[in-house]
Design a protein around this ligand. Sequence first.
Ligand code: GAL
Length: 418
Amino acid sequence: MPQSHRFRRVVASLLASVCLGAWAGEVEVLHYWTSGGEAKSLAELKGMMAQRGHSWKDFAVVGGGGQNAMDVLKARVLAGNPPAAANIKGPAIQEWASLNVLSNLDAMASFDRWDEVLPKVVADQMKYKGRYVAVPVNVHRVNWLWANAEVLRKAGVNEAPRNFDEFFKAADKVRAAGLIALAHGGQDWQDFTTFESVVLGVGGPKFYDSALVKLEPAALGSDTMRRSLDTFRRLRGYVDDASRGRDWNVTTELVIQGKAGFQFMGDWAKGEFLAAGQQPGKDFRCFPAPGTAEAFTFNVDSFAMFQLKGWEAQKAQGYLAFLLMGKDFQERFNLRKGSIPVRQNVAMDKFDECAKVSSGDFSKAAKAGTLVPSVAHGMALAPGQQAAMRKLVSDFWNNPQLSVNDAQKQLLALRPAH
Ligand code: GAL
């Protein structure tokens, strides 16, 4: 039976079970959401699946950013033992779909009108050759700067730093107060996350696109890239000695506890503040990364559904896909995860001020053309190129011997030979 027919059958029996309620199966989900806030967000999904009588088989792979998870997933698929679903996103979805291992979700997508409720930039990412093969669950904003409100008060920092000059003045004050100015986790994907916000803040969205997405030599070899690399290197001087190798959420903990003033990170960090019972505005602040208020770096988490044999497993997988795009899940999950719903018709009234700013800025940026894909989080480059740029940026962060000139030469060498 052709693949798409199978999913049409899933949708038909989904409708039947919603009426009859008699339907249970197991879904095994591979993911890397193991931090406090991430685990609480995922617990919402597990609970909603259980409510429907489905059992959840957890396949968690530790390692923020998800590289370890992708390596484990490759091994499982090659061994012919794929999970029902896995957290795969951006251009990597195309690579997996081209192996003909993903389910065609079109029947579900048309039944639930996904094209009408998803931003086009996201819907396009979820499709392979025009067919849905993945389900988006959120929109994370990456270009954030988090701060401990009490530390800022103590240090006499009263304004959000609007550019990097203002940031360094604020960081000097926090350091003068005897605290860690910049909490940074020294892992390559975290180095890369900070770097892309610096490039956006120094050069703006058009430059970001030319340099980091299109890898244009004129942009990579430009003065603006020099200033970005200089600024990035200067940040290194505000980080504590215990930074190297530290996980992102352990690093956020330093800001939560008031041991550090600032952290550059996507809004999954907000999930940690909330999980610690803290409130935006009162305990912590969410500022656009310096110089990036008019832009929005998006990172969309999504689940790709693997082709499965057993009918029971296919039905449970179908229900998972239906649930993930549902309004109820989109609200409950994103209230905890720190991101905003990707489904455009979910009410934002229960969300906090950071989420409301994010949602407003997402729509504004989409209209203004200042919405940019996160390169560090797999929204723009093919996985191989992304890995090469991540390594280069992290080497530059960790090795003071590597000059700005060297780094620019290496960036220019990233371009695929035409
Ligand atoms: C991102 C992912 C987020 C968050 C973060 C830290 O790549 O999209 O959901 O989990 O890594 O692990």
